[in-house]
Ligand binder design. Structure first.
Ligand code: PLP
Length: 431
């Protein structure tokens, strides 16, 4: 019987010894930033690494270690660290104008690209995925004049829309009802129970933070059908998953939302969020004079149309990550996941992989999770030991096990990552 819990403190000590510059930075940063940084997801014991450089799919930390970046900034870093087309276009645009209290051409250009690509009629931009989801919920509440929102256990829609281990106390004060993911009967029962007050259902087609657990197609389709039957709005959170296939994961699972939210990679590394959908819903924001609209939803935001993000987005969707590239990238991710599963299958340890396309998660658990609760019931000590084992071998993943394949990864880097995983598991099984 392996005692992984007993090995964890030694792994922390080794990590501290190997990373004195990161440690020193962290100790200082903590004096002004609670926890040493401003992204809760980055926290892990004993302290997170301090990165000082990146090139392609490689990261360099302050102590001079190089890593294959298998995290890709939780999907925002799809392009890698040096996509020249985006950097050059943004540099040129910023040379003309950095910040303008007005309209500039890249905004509608990105709007057209998004509508064509994702099959939506209208879109609005925000600064983050969190904001996009808050606005999507607001849109649904205003359209229906109802207030109940169904979200899912294991779901994550932003810092104030957290359901990974149940609703967080710090969540935005909406009337949330939490439904069981991948449980159609349980969810439809709740939808019918709230038939007269349900404004929207908000769902990730694959739980991202909740452990890369894809929705069963019948579940997603069934939830949307039931929600529509009671007059509620269907919101698909594709902040992470719009990278899959030509139009995003919801379409691949045979469903269609009324409002979809976007974020992460579309901004090419700059702050980004967007919500889009039917004209009937989104035109509630239409301020054009003379439309005769009585009620208009206000959605201001100094940086909603900021030049860097809008410019980067046009290059990302228009040139770098076209629908053809997205389709091929999804297949490449599927192939890599099969190879990871093969490595895991050769280990005696209780480990498995879940995911879709280029997004996946390692679980220190013998069985593939079907929902967030199953994903979180893993051997936490083993999970940590895998993380530190990969780091020591030059592979950077999420502490929770998430791995994302990006456009910059070479085949050699992916096979080196598989070798690192094989060695890590072998060492852990031996101890
Ligand atoms: C599915 C999903 N929705 C929304 C968000 C929030 O996006 P942001 O961090 O840009 O606010 C995230 C972030 O991880 C996410 O994974």
């Amino acid at each position: 019987m392996n005692d992984f819990a007993g090995q964890v403190s030694k792994a922390h000590q080794n990590f501290s010894d190997r990373n004195p510059q990161s440690r020193a930075y962290f100790d200082d940063a903590r004096t002004v930033l609670p926890g040493g940084h401003t992204r809760t997801v980055l926290s892990h014991p004993p302290f997170p690494l301090l990165f000082v450089g990146g090139e392609g799919a490689t990261l360099t930390d302050a102590d001079g270690h190089h890593y294959i970046d298998l995290l890709g900034d939780y999907t925002a870093g799809l392009l890698g660290h040096s996509e020249r087309r985006v950097i050059d276009a943004v540099t040129t645009a910023l040379g003309r104008n950095v910040s303008v209290g007005g309209i500039h051409p890249a905004e509608a250009r990105l709007g057209h690209l998004m509508c064509e690509r994702f099959g939506i009629e209208r879109v609005r931009f925000t600064n983050s995925g969190t904001e996009a989801n808050l606005m999507a919920i607001t849109t649904a509440m205003q359209a229906t004049q109802r207030s109940t929102i169904i979200a899912f256990l294991g779901g994550y829609h932003g810092g104030v829309l957290y359901f990974v281990s149940g609703p967080a106390a710090s969540n935005a004060p909406y009337d949330f009802v939490v439904a069981p993911y991948n449980d159609l009967a349980g969810t439809t029962a709740l939808i019918y129970q709230h038939a007269t007050d349900l404004a929207a259902v908000i769902i990730e087609p694959m739980l991202g933070s909740g452990g890369c657990v894809p929705a069963d197609p019948e579940f997603l389709q069934g939830v949307f059908a039931a929600a529509r039957s009671v007059g509620a709005v269907c919101i698909a959170d594709e902040v992470m998953t719009s990278r899959h296939g030509r139009k995003g994961l919801t379409a691949l699972l045979g469903a269609q939302a009324d409002i979809t939210t976007y974020g992460k990679y579309i901004g090419g590394g700059f702050s980004f969020g967007a919500f889009g959908g039917t004209a009937a819903l989104l035109d509630q924001f239409d301020t054009t004079p003379g439309t005769g609209r009585e009620k208009i939803i206000s959605h201001a935001g100094t940086f909603n149309n900021n030049i860097a993000t809008m410019t980067a987005g046009t290059v990302v969707l228009g040139e770098v990550f076209t629908a053809d590239v997205a389709e091929a990238h999804t297949s490449r991710g599927d192939e890599f996941r099969v190879q990871v599963a093969d490595v895991l299958g050769r280990s005696a340890l209780p480990v498995c992989i879940s995911g879709y396309g280029s997004m996946m998660s390692l679980h220190a658990s013998a069985t593939q999770p079907a929902n967030g609760t199953q994903a979180s019931s893993r051997d936490h000590a083993l999970q940590e030991m895998i993380y530190f084992g990969l780091l020591q071998r030059g592979v950077y993943t999420a502490f929770r096990g998430m791995m994302n394949i990006g456009l910059a990864h070479t085949d050699d880097q992916l096979s080196a990552a598989l070798d690192a995983l094989t060695e890590t598991l072998h060492e852990l099984a031996e101890n």
